[in-house]
Design a protein around this ligand. Structure first.
Ligand SMILES: [Zn+2]
Length: 287
């Protein structure tokens, strides 16, 4: 008990005192020996410390990442508009004769998809100072692979729609074997698109967690972990919540990425991450 007063002075050397996070899994490494490894994933503490924070990153790089995030964030807002519009037009279109309006929602969603795919591509820009040491390079690369696959599938499904439309297959009611083949192909494309979308979601969460360790922001790190099960649940089973699950998932996702954009802007302006102190204190108290 008498040693209490000298506790700070008696702190052993070689212990990490700063609030730094594991670059692979986001674990708070504070209090661990510098020569140790992350208890969660085994990554060397030293490797995480070698990771430069975003404050020391190339301003051009930060600007590109932030521009990508802006496209994604605006794309999500558009997606919400399309969702609401689709529901409204679906209800109204059944009664009133809205000629030409049936094309509005598919065209808007196509535009939104392109916007978001470009956004994700730019959000996952490689850090030029960093490529050799990039621990979660797989997550960053996976987002880009998923983006390219989705763009390709989008083109294929558009071609299918044009082909089926031009042969008048829809009008004939799908009786001929050729139409069945298009139907199967269309189903395969839809399933592949869903798989690519899922890969993209989980990769974006892992990549965002890595980026958050470089802010660092414990709140974002924790949220990415929680959202990996919560958002898919809201997006699927959440439809039972008066259909509001997907909307809630989009809002939570938007908030998370919006917070990253705020950090990037603040860091670019030389002010450091936003609201860092309170969030770190909260995280340290909880962990
Ligand atoms: Zn770890």
């Amino acid at each position: 008990m008498e040693a209490m007063g000298s506790e700070v002075a008696a702190r052993p050397l070689g212990i990490l005192l700063d609030a730094r996070y594991c670059i692979r899994c986001g674990y708070l490494l504070q209090g661990l020996p510098l020569t140790g490894a992350c208890p969660e994933c085994g990554t060397a503490v030293e490797l995480s410390l070698r990771e430069p924070t975003l404050a020391t990153a190339d301003p051009e790089y930060l600007k590109k990442v932030r521009a990508g995030l802006s496209l994604v964030l605006n794309g999500i807002l558009l997606m919400i508009v399309v969702m609401v519009l689709g529901t409204f037009l679906g209800a109204a279109g059944a009664s009133a004769g809205l000629a030409g309006m049936h094309l509005l929602v598919p065209l808007l969603s196509l535009g939104t998809s392109i916007l978001m795919l470009v956004g994700y591509w730019r959000y996952t820009e490689p850090d030029p100072s960093q490529v050799a040491l990039e621990a979660s390079g797989s997550a960053r690369a996976m987002v880009r692979v998923a983006v390219v696959v989705q763009a390709a599938l989008g083109v294929v499904s558009l071609l299918i729609a044009v082909m089926v439309g031009s042969t008048g297959a829809w009008v004939l009611g799908g009786a001929s074997p050729g139409v069945a083949a298009w139907g199967v192909l269309s189903l395969v494309v839809s399933l592949a698109g869903f798989a690519a979308w899922a890969v993209q979601f989980f990769s974006v969460m892992r990549y965002t967690r890595w980026l958050a360790t470089r802010v660092p922001d414990a709140w974002v790190i924790r949220r990415t972990g929680r959202y990996m099960w919560l958002l898919p649940l809201l997006y699927t089973v959440g439809i039972l919540l008066v259909g509001l699950g997907p909307l809630i998932a989009l809002v939570l996702y938007w908030n998370l990425l919006h917070r990253m954009r705020k950090h990037l802007l603040s860091i670019e302006q030389g002010a450091g991450p936003v609201e860092l102190k309170g969030r770190l204190a909260e995280a340290t108290a909880r962990d």
